[in-house]
Design a protein around this ligand. Structure first.
Ligand code: COA
Ligand code: AMP
Length: 638
C-alpha cells in the first residue's frame, strides 16, 4: 500500500489498521478491544488495546533469545570519553536485566511502583530501564545534566520507591559527581525513597575518580547487589498500564510528567522502526541522544530492541571526542543503517569540518538515511548534511508527548520527495490540522496552531502523572476535539507540514527542551531582582540560547556584571548546565501591555534583530528602544 492509502486507512479505519500492527507483537494476551472510550461523549477518553496484556521488557529481550537472536548484539556501548567499547548480546542483556530486576525486587519494587533513574549514558542505564519494565513497575529517567533541584522536583512528583544512579557522569572536560547531586536532591525533596542503588564506574583516570560514600542500609552498591540477586521473571501488565513517566518542560516552573502506556507504545515503536526508519530485525540503528530524553527512550532503547535490531549507546559528543568524524566512525564501525541526531549536532560537525574531510576517512555504505529531530532543521544544515554525506536526510517532527514521530518521510512505506524546512507528512495515525486562535481551520500555507485530531494514535501520552487537570489544561482545553501541540506552523498545498516554532514559553537549546518560565522563577528568586523576563534568542549553533532581562531593585550594591555572574551561577545550580543560561542584561523597564503582560515576543524580535511592531496596547513604547540599546551595549562589552 502507498503512503496515502495507509494514512487514509489509519484515519478512517483505525481499529483495522492498528489491530494489524499490534498482532505482530507476542502479547501475553492479544487485545480484542482495539480502540475504546471510557466516556462515549468524550473524544479524549480513548484507550488503545484496553484488554491486552504484555511485558515490554520480555518483548525487547527474552522474545528474541527464544527466537534465535541470543548471540546477536543488542547494545554496542561506545564511549570515547572513557576510551571504552563493549557490547552485549541479546542473551547477555537479558541475563543482566533479569538479575537487576531481581535486585529491585529484593528492595520491594513491584508492579506499579516508581523507580527514578539518574544515570549517564552507560549500558546500566538501559539495563535499569528494562529491569523496571520487567517487574511491571514504572521508570522515570532524569537527564544527567539536570541539577539537584530539578531531580528533587521529579522525586517529589514521581515518589519512587528506589532511585538508581551512578558514581559519576563524564563530560569531555569534567567529571560530574552524580552521587553528591543525588544526596542533595533527596535532602531537598519532601518525599524520601526507600533505597538507592549506585553503579560505581571504574573506567576513569584515577585522578578523576570520585570516592563513593554509601550510607549503610540506604545506599546499595550495584555490583554487590547483582552478585546477591536472583533473576526475576517478566510480569504481564495491562496495555494501558504505564511503562514510564518522562518529565518535560512546560510553561511553568513545574515540569510535566508525561505518562506513557505499555501496549500502545510497544506497538508503534515496533511499527515505526519499519514504517518510518525502514529497519529490519538485525539492522543497526545509531541514535545520538541520551536516555534522559524521549528520543533515547524510543530509539536508543525500546524501539531497536523491540524489533530485534542492534542499537548504539554513545557516550560522547559529535565533536571533540575526539573530533568531528565521531558519528561517521560509529556508522562505519557498527554498520549503522540509520543515523539519527539533532540538527544542532550536525551544525557542530559542520562548524568543525565544513568540507566533510573527516567523513572522507570512513565508509558510509551501510548508511541508508540520516534522520534529524528535536528542533527545526534549518535548510542550510539540511543541504550541507545531504551534500557532504551523499545520503538522504529526513527531518521528522515529534515531541516527548507523542513518543514517536508525528510527521516524517515514511521511508519504510514509500520514499516521498523531501522539502527543505519541512518535516514532510503526517505519519499514519496522525491527522494534523492547522487552526487559528479561535479554533477555525486555516487555509494551506497559512500559519497557525498545529493540532492533532483526537483520538491520538497508540503510543502517545495517556496523561500527566497524577494530574488529570493539567493534562486537560495543557493539551485538550484550548481546541476541543484536538490535541494542542504547542507548536506553530503551516501545511502547504501538497500536505507537507512546516513546524516553525513554539507558541508558548518553551525554548529549544541544542535540541533540549527548556522552559523560560522556569528560568524566570529562578532569576526572580535572587534578592537583587525586582522583575525579569527570559526569552530564547536565536543562536547559530544551538538553535536558541536563553537571554535574561532584569530590573534591579533600588539600593542594591551590585554592579550589573556581578549580578549577571550570580544569576548565571544560580540557574546553573538550580536547573543545570544544560540550560546554557549565560547572558543577563540589566534594563530600566520591561515592555508591557497596559494590563501588565510582558511583551516577550517583541523582546525576542529585538534580540534577534528582526523588525517588530509595537502593539497599540503597549504601556511604555520607549522601553523598546532602551532594550535595544542595552542589548547592543552588552553585546559590545562581552
Ligand atoms: N550531564 C551533565 N552535564 C551535561 C550533560 C550531562 N549528561 N550534558 C550536557 N551537560 C553540560 C555540558 O557539560 C555543558 O556544561 P558547560 O556549560 O560546563 O560546558 C552544558 O551542559 C551544555 O552542554 P551541551 O549542550 O552539550 O553544550 P556543548 O557546548 O558542550 O556541546 C553540542 C554543543 C552541539 C556539541 C551539544 O549540545 C550536542 O551534542 N547537542 C546535541 C544534543 C542532542 O543530542 N539533543 C537531542 C536530544 S533529542
Ligand atoms: P521534546 O519534547 O524535547 O522532544 O521537544 C519537542 C519540541 O521540539 C517540539 O514541540 C518542537 O517545538 C521541537 N521539534 C522537535 N522536532 C522538530 C522538528 N523536526 N522540526 C521543528 N521542531 C521540532
Amino acid at each position: 500500500m502507498s503512503y496515502q492509502q495507509q494514512h487514509q486507512e489509519s484515519i478512517h479505519n483505525p481499529e483495522q489498521y492498528w489491530r494489524r500492527q499490534a498482532s505482530k507483537l507476542a502479547w501475553h494476551t492479544q487485545p480484542s478491544e482495539i480502540l475504546s472510550f471510557t466516556d462515549a461523549d468524550d473524544p479524549a477518553s480513548y484507550q488503545w488495546f484496553a484488554d491486552g496484556e504484555l511485558n515490554v521488557s520480555y518483548l525487547a529481550l527474552d522474545y528474541h533469545v527464544e527466537h534465535g537472536r541470543g548471540e546477536q548484539i543488542a547494545i554496542y556501548y561506545d564511549s570515547p570519553v572513557t576510551g571504552t567499547q563493549s557490547a552485549y548480546t541479546y542473551a547477555e542483556l537479558t541475563d543482566e536485566v533479569a538479575r537487576f530486576a531481581g535486585v529491585l525486587k529484593r528492595h520491594g519494587v513491584k508492579k506499579g511502583d516508581r523507580v527514578v533513574i539518574y544515570m549517564p549514558m552507560i549500558p546500566q542505564a538501559a539495563i535499569a530501564m528494562l529491569a523496571v519494565a520487567r517487574l511491571g513497575a514504572i521508570h522515570s529517567v532524569v537527564f544527567g545534566g539536570f541539577a539537584a533541584h530539578e531531580l528533587a522536583i521529579r522525586i517529589d512528583d514521581a515518589q519512587p520507591k528506589v532511585v538508581v544512579s551512578a558514581s559519576h557522569g563524564i563530560e569531555p572536560h569534567r567529571v560530574i559527581p552524580y552521587k553528591p547531586l543525588l544526596d542533595k536532591a533527596i535532602e531537598k525533596a519532601e518525599y524520601k525513597p526507600q533505597a538507592t542503588i549506585i553503579f560505581q564506574r571504574t573506567q576513569v583516570p584515577t585522578d578523576k575518580q570520585v570516592a563513593l560514600k554509601l550510607q549503610t542500609g540506604f545506599d546499595f552498591d550495584w555490583a554487590t547487589e547483582m552478585r546477591l540477586a536472583e533473576a526475576a521473571e517478566p510480569v504481564a501488565v495491562k496495555s494501558t498500564d504505564p511503562l514510564y513517566i518522562l518529565y518535560t518542560s512546560g510553561t511553568t516552573g513545574k515540569p510535566k510528567g508525561v505518562v506513557r502506556d505499555s501496549g500502545g507504545y510497544a506497538t508503534v515503536l515496533h511499527y515505526s522502526m519499519q514504517a518510518v526508519y525502514n529497519l529490519k530485525p538485525g539492522d543497526t540503528m545509531f541514535t545520538a541522544s541520551d536516555v534522559g530524553w524521549v528520543v533515547g527512550h524510543s530509539y536508543i532503547v525500546y524501539g531497536p530492541l523491540l524489533l530485534g535490531c542492534s542499537t548504539v549507546l554513545y557516550e560522547g559528543k559529535p565533536v571533540f571526542t575526539p573530533d568531528a568524524g565521531a558519528f561517521w566512525r560509529i556508522a562505519e564501525q557498527y554498520q549503522a543503517k540509520v543515523i539519527f541526531a539533532a540538527p544542532t549536532a550536525f551544525r557542530a560537525i559542520r562548524k568543525e569540518d565544513p568540507n566533510g574531510e573527516f567523513l572522507k576517512q570512513y565508509n558510509l555504505n551501510s548508511v541508508e538515511t540520516i534522520f534529524m529531530a528535536g528542533e527545526r532543521l534549518d535548510p542550510a544544515t539540511y543541504d550541507w548534511a545531504q551534500a557532504v554525506s551523499g545520503k538522504p536526510v529526513v527531518d521528522h517532527w515529534w515531541q516527548t508527548e507523542s513518543g514517536w514521530p508525528i510527521c516524517a518521510n515514511p521511508t519504510g512505506i514509500e520514499r516521498l520527495t523531501t522539502k527543505a524546512g519541512s518535516s514532510s507528512v503526517p505519519v499514519p495515525g496522525y491527522q494534523v490540522v492547522v487552526l487559528d486562535d479561535a479554533g477555525e481551520p486555516m487555509k494551506a500555507n497559512q500559519q497557525g496552531n498545529i493540532v492533532i485530531q483526537l483520538p491520538l494514535p497508540p503510543g502517545c501520552l495517556s496523561g500527566v502523572w497524577q494530574n488529570p487537570e493539567r493534562f486537560h489544561a495543557s493539551y485538550l482545553r484550548q481546541f476541543p476535539g484536538y490535541y494542542s501541540s504547542g507548536d506553530g506552523g503551516y501545511i502547504d498545498d501538497d500536505g507537507y507540514v512546516f513546524i516553525m516554532g513554539r507558541t508558548d514559553d518553551v525554548i529549544n537549546v541544542a535540541g533540549h527542551r527548556l522552559s523560560t518560565g522556569e528560568m524566570e522563577e529562578v532569576v526572580a528568586s535572587h534578592p537583587a531582582v525586582a522583575e525579569c523576563c527570559v526569552i530564547g534568542a536565536q543562536d547559530s549553533l544551538k538553535g536558541q540560547q536563553p537571554l535574561g532581562l532584569v530590573i534591579m531593585k533600588n539600593d542594591v550594591e551590585l554592579t550589573a556584571e556581578q549580578l549577571e555572574k550570580e544569576l548565571v551561577a544560580l540557574v546553573r545550580e538550580e536547573i543545570g548546565a544544560l540550560a546554557c543560561f549565560k547572558t543577563v542584561v540589566v534594563v530600566k523597564r520591561l515592555p508591557k501591555t497596559r494590563s501588565g503582560k510582558i511583551l516577550r515576543k517583541i523582546v525576542r524580535q529585538i534580540a534577534d534583530d528582526q523588525p517588530y511592531q509595537a502593539p497599540s496596547t503597549i504601556d511604555d513604547p520607549e522601553s523598546l528602544s532602551e532594550i535595544a540599546e542595552a542589548l547592543a551595549k552588552h553585546a559590545k562589552s562581552s
